[in-house]
Write a protein that binds this ligand. Sequence first.
Ligand SMILES: CCCCCCCCCCCCC/C=C/[C@@H](O)[C@H](COP(=O)(O)O)NC(=O)CCCCC
Ligand SMILES: Nc1ncnc2c1ncn2[C@@H]1O[C@H](COP(=O)(O)OP(=O)(O)O)[C@@H](O)[C@H]1O
Ligand SMILES: [Ca+2]
Length: 549
Amino acid sequence: MEKQPRLLCSRLLRGHTQVEVALNNSVLGWKDTDRSRKRSSGFSSLSGTAHSHVVPVCEIVAVCKTEDDNTKKKKLGSQLYPHAFTVSYVSRTRQHQWCCSDVTFHSADLTLCEQWIQVINEQLSLLTNRPRSLLVYINPFGGKQRGTRIYEQKVAPLFRRACISADVIVTERANHARDHLKTEASLDKFDGVVCVGGDGMFSEILHGLVTRTQTDHGVDQNQPEAELVPCSLRIGIIPAGSTDCICFATVGTNDPVTSALHIIVGDTQPMDVCSVLHDDVLLRYSVSLLGYGFYGDLLTDSERKRWLGPARYDLSGVKTFLSHKCYEGTVSFLPAGDDVGNPRDELLCRSGCHVCQRKASSNGKRRELSAEKETVCGLGVIRGKFIAINAASMSCACPRSPQGLSPYAHLADGTTDLILVRKCSRWDFLRHLLRHTNQDDQFDHSFVEVYRVRMFRFLPRDQEPVSLEDQSETGLEKTASGPMCSVQTTSCSKAHSSWCCDGEILPHAAIQVSVQCQLIRLFARGIEEQQQCVSEDPCTLWAPEPNTH
Ligand SMILES: CCCCCCCCCCCCC/C=C/[C@@H](O)[C@H](COP(=O)(O)O)NC(=O)CCCCC
Ligand SMILES: Nc1ncnc2c1ncn2[C@@H]1O[C@H](COP(=O)(O)OP(=O)(O)O)[C@@H](O)[C@H]1O
Ligand SMILES: [Ca+2]
């Protein structure tokens, strides 16, 4: 492998220890000089050892001159070290959580300090994926109503340190952010949009940005066949809501500082968006959970309890569970091809996911479905009585369910996992729900089916074509593998449930859904597998002998 040219290497003081500090094109490293001759104390991982440290330049937040009285008095033996610079960088703590650490290096030589600052800044300026200017929307009433405080105390200081300018809008009503993005915001000025709030607030930003992008490109998003234009601006999520599932499933934790750092380093995570239509008219977009039956009822009930904050979901969850309703209807769907795996293949979507990188084009398939219209050829058609119909376009992992509704769903593969929970006993449904909170397989029940699909459609029973109703009266059901006899004999509520769509309630039960592959991008990188290693041996930072200053 070709060696990177070394840019700078110096002996400096860190605390009361002399360290050797080196910067090449991609890595900053430092280690104690008394150990520098012992190769065994080399740099074995990204964060190094107790006596050594390596930081990829792409994870440096900022570098600045350090000016305080302590610095001026800094001494080792009789030598004064009155000049210093501080590097702020990303360090990993636990459970995908990041924090911003500082390291200060002292020197007797002012010119040397300035040289270090200049060279690091030059390296940072080469990182063109970093945002310089952001448009920030804060929902002051999301979650525990801490959005404004979280932004001001935890996020704004980091943005300032990274020299990112931010135009901040604290929303004054629901849909304020959506409407502002749709028509007013001067988006040319910004490198990204940041949402401080929960999944509902994210949904506002999503709708504003997708609509604005289509308008700017002359695309009529209400045409079911419209080829939507991907949004150029990335979206950052600072979690300050109740569930924050979109943040959790794309970062691995709901922590404002971690999210701010992903924004600062300019991470990119493409993401699928579902178009949800009723009678060929666009209702909404969705990126996480579209749920009918259990989750729709739960969300509807919880909206009346908003004053309770995030606890509303627990109360409404118990109430909805006890009511144990089921709903009849027909689900038809276009299965995804084998290239994107299946919902039980145990292939987790992680940072740099290969399945998502093989971005399957969903547009051709979309046209196929509309051409087939009501024919069942190539489609799965399932009619029955359901406690829940869920479509998870991503894992929907969140603190309540760390693996999520569909643990092996992918963020950007152009598909959604359709989960059908048929009528079953209360006890069985409880067993199914409990499996969302542990490692057991929630799909391993006779009353649960799961399909990876590109499109699906749902019709509640009273809107089904007569022929399907006739079939239901004769006890026949069609499945993906053909007709079969129904074993369901218990009666079912004829009323509709509602669809909840990323936490918002839809006004129609009959919907058509199609996945728009990678329509948006987030400031995230997907959940990191484990601590990543530096690809080259970091010891090469110091070999051969440095030009030590
Ligand atoms: C007996 C134990 C039962 C435990 C069941 C746990 C199953 C949890 C699955 C949760 C999936 C959540 C999917 C995300 C939905 C959010 O978009 C939505 C709105 O979020 P926000 O705007 O931040 O409030 N939240 C919900 O739908 C709440 C689901 C709560 C389920 C208990
Ligand atoms: N200033 C505001 N006043 C009232 N509602 C708002 C305001 N700003 C945003 N909203 C709405 O609040 C709802 C919930 O927001 P969200 O941030 O997702 O919190 P939570 O996760 O607690 O539901 C969203 O539907 C959003 O449209
Ligand atoms: Ca997906």
